[in-house]
Design a protein around this ligand. Structure first.
Ligand SMILES: Nc1nc2c(ncn2[C@@H]2O[C@H](COP(=O)(O)OP(=O)(O)OP(=O)(O)O)[C@@H](O)[C@H]2O)c(=O)[nH]1
Ligand SMILES: [Mg+2]
Length: 162
């Protein structure tokens, strides 16, 4: 499957790709400039992953990298509740692009190892995921640090592979 990983800066996109690619989590990850491309083999599936930068100046590139993929992963720092409004705006802005109609969406509420993180129910509300139409939408709470729920994320991705 070919997937694109987007979301605000410091939400943990590169950490996600590192953890599924090599099982490595680190406190020190350099903010992504533009994008990274990585091919990851997991069992009998191969994932081609576009890890796109989340700083404001790079957000206009998201659509280009999401165009034609099998799934979009939108990563949110579930402990940084002050950024939920911006995350919701950017997510809905992206999904309003006609070129991305029907592409399955997986929202990851990352950093659930941090105290005070929002559970899935709160993320669905804050990001207005119930208003998204015309595509499959899933939302999981997870942590790249503890690798919590990584198994269900990989299962979701395997279902999108062909
Ligand atoms: N506590 C905790 N920290 C995390 C987790 N995942 C990532 N981080 C940290 O969050 C910071 C940002 O992670 P990145 O993976 O660089 O975030 P990014 O979304 O790729 O950021 P950009 O490339 O700038 O868009 C790093 O210090 C990571 O170590 C997690 O599950 N728990
Ligand atoms: Mg990054």
């Amino acid at each position: 499957a070919e997937i694109s990983v987007v979301g605000l800066q410091a939400s943990g996109k590169t950490s996600f790709v590192n953890v599924i690619g090599s099982g490595q989590w680190s406190e020190d990850v350099v903010p992504t400039v533009a994008f990274n491309y990585r091919k990851v083999r997991k069992g009998n599936i191969t994932l081609k992953i576009w890890d796109v930068a989340g700083q404001p100046k790079f957000r206009s590139m998201w659509e280009r990298y999401c165009n034609g993929v099998d799934a979009i992963i939108f990563v949110v720092d579930s402990a940084d509740t002050e950024k939920f409004d911006t995350a919701r705006f950017e997510l809905h802005q992206l999904l309003s692009q006609a070129s991305l109609n029907g592409v399955p969406l997986l929202v990851l509420g990352n950093k659930n190892d941090v105290d005070g993180h929002a559970p899935v129910k709160d993320l669905i509300k804050a990001l207005q995921l119930d208003k998204i139409q015309g595509r499959p939408v899933s939302c999981y709470s997870c942590s790249m640090k503890s690798q919590h729920n990584l198994d269900i994320v990989l299962r979701w991705l395997a279902e999108r592979s062909h």
